[in-house]
Write a protein that binds this ligand. Structure first.
Ligand code: GLN
Length: 187
């Protein structure tokens, strides 16, 4: 198995370390030529979604990645990755990958509660999943056949639609490998 990790900005190295711990080969997507390599899945890391969206567009990666996800490539987006995958972003035009039937609110926890840690259940993954939130979005609404996998304080923080998985928290920043294992099981 070979997983592509979008490495334009943000917490991509932590995802790679997590996958390597699970014995999975990874490679970085930094330009269009990288994207043309064979791959079994894609991870879009947390970071700053506006920066990642601009780089994806400038590097002509937006459309090829969107098309491949639409064709069924398994993808896992964390935090900014969730924002990039969502079809709707509250208060902003959708100029991103927009492949998943979710509506997100960016920086949803405000400045005071922008970063926090909790343990909560995630469907199909476990009852006690560590969740680290950093200036996180949450999912306001899911549509179509999108399934809610986790909620914290009444807000949706993980969802899946077909081969697309998103979390508003950062599983790559904790030692627990179960969310990544869940993603690998989707492939
Ligand atoms: N606040 C960031 C954004 O809007 C996301 C934060 C993160 O990925 N940790 O893009």
């Amino acid at each position: 198995m070979r997983i592509a990790v979008l490495a334009l900005q943000g917490a991509f190295a932590e995802h790679e370390q997590m996958l390597q711990r699970l014995g999975v080969e990874t490679f970085q997507i930094r330009q269009l030529a990288d994207w043309e390599q064979p791959k079994d899945g894609l991870i879009i890391p947390g970071g700053e979604s506006t920066v990642q969206a601009k780089l994806l567009s400038d590097l002509h990666l937006l459309e090829p990645i969107r098309n491949t996800i639409s064709d069924g490539l398994p993808v896992f987006g964390t935090c900014a990755g969730l924002i990039l995958l969502s079809k709707q972003i509250e208060g902003e035009p959708a100029t991103r990958l927009a492949t998943m039937d979710t509506e997100v609110l960016r920086n949803a926890y405000g400045r005071q509660l922008g970063s926090f840690y909790t343990i909560a259940p995630m469907k199909g993954v476990g009852e006690d999943i560590p969740m680290t939130f950093i200036r996180a979005p949450y999912i306001r609404k899911v549509k179509g056949d999108t399934e809610i996998l986790a909620e914290v304080d009444g807000h949706i923080v993980a969802a899946r639609q077909g081969k697309q998985l998103v979390t508003s928290f950062h599983p790559e920043l904790n030692d627990d490998t179960r969310v990544h294992e869940y993603f690998l099981s989707m492939i």
